[in-house]
Design a protein around this ligand. Structure first.
Ligand code: ADP
Ligand code: MG
Length: 636
């Protein structure tokens, strides 16, 4: 004992380390439990180094001892001991590695860290600071270590994490390092086996060396993402998926890749089979966990994939990511941004291949996650084209509401002289099929995409065009397909005598009547069965989109439209005749307003029900009178 006291050497911590200890416990880590992750990570690093070194140097300490980590808690003594059979440290190495912050520039950085808001995570990661996190829970720490180098004496380092640390030579049988953490009174929980095990499950489950807690193996699963693909069976992928996603589901597909340049990383991404977002309103959380050399850095990391791929689960492991990265500094991390862009490309390529080679599977995917994937068209400019190719729609030419087609397929079956891609938006297929806008398309046998998801039109209007073909809403005023159809679809043979004149006159009357409610009133060249419809001038979004805008901005007013009148419609012809008699004007006015509001209703807009109901009643009264012959003059 006296001999040992004599040999004990005391060292003063650098002032910066004291500061660092302070910063570490207050800002870098939100959960104190991560100290165990850091210690296990160091043990794992030491074992990895030992393994590596043993490949070339066969002459090292303790050749027969297994590569493993042992963790034991002692409730009575309030200690937690982490033992590894790794590379160990010599006296100089302890002073160098644990006593100082090795990298130049780091000291200065740490000094400024609190002011500078810790923006640059790269610098944070460049100096070793993980070990010090143990002082968040410890009032004393002992490191007992013996180097793998033959003949080096073992040493014990101890400190209370304030001003000083001490070094003593000791007797130690095995190669490797033992960290004895003397826990603060309020941190006793870390001596409990179940607590330790749960931390391991959370952060260190995929460490590739056995972690024994009180003699029992605590980490079950190997880091399968680091294994060669061909050695992993489908069941293993599925097991791992269940583990990370906490479900009993079988994934729809998985994607296992590794990249070397520009960044080294391995990943396994999974697509679930069900989109739980459709079951409720809650948005799915990101489910990709970030690892650095098998140590969990952050679970459910939001920055690895864009919002529109939030349904993907998985792991990404990159040794280029520093362990000590804090949440705040993630945002600015270059490596993470690069990985994100590679991962997105990988997922989109897989989906493209699937769409091409496994049509049914892709459609299953699309039905579940299409609505989320589509969001990307708006937000991911870089991959907009790919995303557009991945979109699927139902259309007027589909035999069933379940059939799907891509924009490419639409183009492939376009009419030879068709220059534009057309879509129509409504709440359901039935409404669209009855829509007056569709009449001309049906007549000309031109396909129209059916959009029922309120966001679809936003997306398509955001795309503007696909393969150089403009994408147009069927309710626009100047569609290319209307150009040549002027009078051609209008068969004037059965028209009443002198109709040309009286129709023109009627248009005028309608225009005056609806002066405040429309931009213009015109003869239609798109209607077949309906008396009238409302179309949008170029550049104005469809009513559907306008209604979405209105939900966000209550002051927004749905813009006025152009009213188109079908000159062949029997009712219009009757109206034109009535219009020649001045005494019918009040009735005509009511009918015109009602026609206008009917057209609005077909667009899903109800302007003013309080004025419509009395008007309808008045019109019904006229109708009953006419039916009873009191006003035969009305019905021609
Ligand atoms: P980092 O792990 O980022 O280097 P740490 O503060 O966690 O930073 O550890 C500092 C250094 O201490 C390590 O780089 C390593 O050299 C040494 N060290 C820590 N724990 C061990 C251990 N269990 N075995 C061997 N060396 C260790
Ligand atoms: Mg470390």
């Amino acid at each position: 004992m006296t001999e040992k006291m004599k040999q004990e050497e005391g060292f003063e911590f650098q002032a910066e380390i004291k500061k660092l200890l302070n910063i570490l416990s207050h800002s870098l880590y939100t959960h104190k439990e991560v100290f165990l992750r850091e210690l296990i990570s160091n043990a794992s690093d030491a074992l990895t180094k030992m393994k590596f070194s043993s490949l070339t140097n066969t002459d090292y300490e303790g050749k027969d001892i297994p590569f493993e980590i042992n963790i034991d808690g002692d409730k009575e003594k309030k200690t937690l001991t982490i033992t590894d059979t790794g590379i160990g440290m010599t006296k100089d190495e302890i002073i160098q590695n644990v006593g100082t912050i090795a990298k130049s520039g780091s000291l200065e950085f740490i000094t400024n860290l609190s002011e500078q808001a810790k923006k640059d995570s790269n610098i944070i990661g460049q100096f070793g600071v993980g070990f010090y996190s143990v002082f968040m829970v410890a009032d004393e720490v002992r490191i007992r270590t013996k180097s793998h180098k033959k003949g080096e004496p073992a040493y014990e380092w101890h400190s209370d994490g304030t001003g000083k640390y001490f070094l003593n030579p000791i007797e130690k049988e095995n190669r490797g390092t033992e960290i004895i953490v003397h826990l603060k009174d309020e941190e006793k929980e870390y001596t409990e086996k179940t607590r330790i095990e749960s931390i391991i499950k959370k952060y260190s489950n995929f460490v590739s060396f056995p972690i024994m807690v009180c003699g029992e193996r605590a980490n079950q699963i190997t880091a399968i993402w680091k294994e060669p693909k061909k050695e992993i069976k489908e069941e293993q992928y599925n097991e791992f998926y269940k583990f990370i996603s906490n479900t009993e589901d079988t994934p729809l597909f998985h994607l296992h890749t590794s990249a070397e340049a520009p960044i080294q990383f391995s990943s396994i991404l999974y697509c679930p089979s069900t989109n739980y977002e459709t079951y409720g309103f809650k948005k799915l959380e990101h489910g990709v966990h970030l690892y650095s050399n098998k140590i969990l850095i952050q679970s459910d990391c939001k920055l690895l994939l864009p919002e529109y791929l939030r349904f993907i689960h998985g792991v990404v492991d990159s040794s280029d990511i520093p362990l000590n990265i804090s949440r705040e500094t993630f945002q600015d991390n270059r490596i993470i941004h690069k990985m994100k862009s590679v991962l997105v490309k990988q997922v989109l390529t897989l989906l493209q291949d699937m769409a091409k080679n496994e049509k049914e599977k892709y459609e299953t995917f699309w039905r579940q996650f299409g609505r989320i994937l589509k969001e990307g068209v708006h937000f991911d400019f870089e991959n907009k084209d790919t995303l557009a190719q991945l979109m699927r729609f139902n259309s007027s030419m589909c035999k069933s509401p379940d059939e799907l087609l891509s924009l490419k397929e639409y183009i492939d079956r376009m009419k030879p002289d068709q220059k534009e891609i057309y879509y129509i938006t409504a709440v359901n297929r039935e409404t669209m099929e009855k829509s007056p806008y569709l009449e001309i398309f049906r007549k000309k046998d031109i396909e129209v995409l059916y959009l029922t998801d309120p966001n679809d039109e936003f997306l398509l209007s955001g795309l503007h065009e696909f393969e150089k073909k403009p994408i147009r809403s069927a309710d626009q005023a100047n569609l290319d397909l209307l150009k040549d159809s002027d009078k051609k679809i209008v068969d004037t043979t059965e028209e009443p005598q002198n109709y040309e004149e009286s129709f023109k006159h009627l248009l005028k009357t309608i225009k005056v009547t609806l002066a405040d409610r429309t931009i213009d009133v015109k003869e239609s060249n798109r209607l077949v069965d309906s008396p009238c419809c409302l179309v949008n001038p170029d550049g104005v979004p469809s009513v559907h989109v306008q209604k979405l805008i209105q939900m966000v901005d209550t002051n927004y007013k749905i813009s006025k439209k152009i009213m188109e009148i079908n000159r062949k419609h029997r009712m219009i012809q009757n109206l034109a005749r009535m219009n020649e008699t001045p005494s019918y004007q009040p009735l005509i006015e009511k009918i015109v307003n009602q026609l206008f509001e009917n057209a609005l209703m077909q667009d899903g807009v109800v302007y003013n029900p309080t004025s419509m109901a009395p008007r309808l009643n008045e019109l019904l009264e006229e109708l009953t009178k006419a039916t009873l012959g009191e006003a035969k003059r009305i019905i021609v």
